[in-house]
Ligand binder design. Sequence first.
Ligand code: ADP
Ligand code: MG
Length: 342
Amino acid sequence: MRLAELGEFGFIEKIARLVGAPQAPVVVGIGDDAAVLKLTGDGYLLLTTDVLVEDVHFRRQWLSPEQIGTRAAGMALSDIAAMGGRPIAAFVSVGLPPTLEVEPAEELMAGLSRTATQYGAVLAGGDTTASSQGIFVDVVILGTTHQPWLRNGAQPGDILMVTGSLGEAGAALALLQAGQVTDASALPEALAKRFANPTPRLAVAEALAARNMVKAAIDISDGLVQDAGHLSQRSGVSITIESARVPISPICRQTAQQLAQDPVQWALTSGEEYELLLAISPEMAEQASQVVTANGEIALTEIGYVTEGERVVVLDESGKPMDVTLGGWDHFGQDPLCGGES
Ligand code: ADP
Ligand code: MG
């Protein structure tokens, strides 16, 4: 069987089986947004790694070297936010074609280092090698937390909430693929930001973690429905998403209209949005919303609920279950840069 048939997640499951249960000091191994280690003293250490490969995750025509670095840091930091953590250090391994000019290589590292430092993760090491084909970047982020948010804490009765708005990453990719803009800098501002410089929701994580308000969390890197599926699977619950409640920004709707696309499909399935999907007990929901709103420029919106079972149901505007045609992103299952990335 080829990897394309098994799929990315089927392969990760195989790895998890051959590794077996985590052993101290690892308390959560494969299967969450980051690994959780219990060392001496208070709290936990978090560790996540994310790789970006040229022409799978980015095209050099679409992003400047600095933007590639910024984006690589943002996506790795997002996994620390998804654990309710605070970043403390970064390590970066790069594979670079020897023919690449020094200047863009330096710009890539500068974008990466600046973004990581901005969120508290000073670049503390890495590895450098030649690459026979294109650029690859692997970012490791270390973080800490007093109480990790896991994917397995959702319970029937919980409310499902999402930070910010969804679909902008889909809109940006669609404009680039349609050739309507030639690179990320030419996108409308909000889309350019989402695509080239995604904001890891670390401020939200810090504010909610301090108040013990979150029962389960994941960041949306593969698409809302698919990432809801990961929460559902790990928690052993069903998740219902009310698509009419999913927040979609005006610029996302406008872009969808321009390209004759459905913005709801983008919001449900596009990867690399890097918003947080949270399960929260109903009595905490309003307070959690207020905490997030008070904290900054984004909202926390209720988009669904958790019940007994083991599947994800998406309801359309009239409350009927809908068929979500694109299940989200699978690295082995789709053509690069065609349906989402993570
Ligand atoms: P995320 O999108 O949050 O970065 P992934 O879907 O990439 O998460 O990975 C899911 C889980 O599988 C994570 O816990 C990750 O560490 C683990 N994982 C992915 N690839 C590998 C691998 N090659 N070896 C071990 N663990 C892996
Ligand atoms: Mg993640």
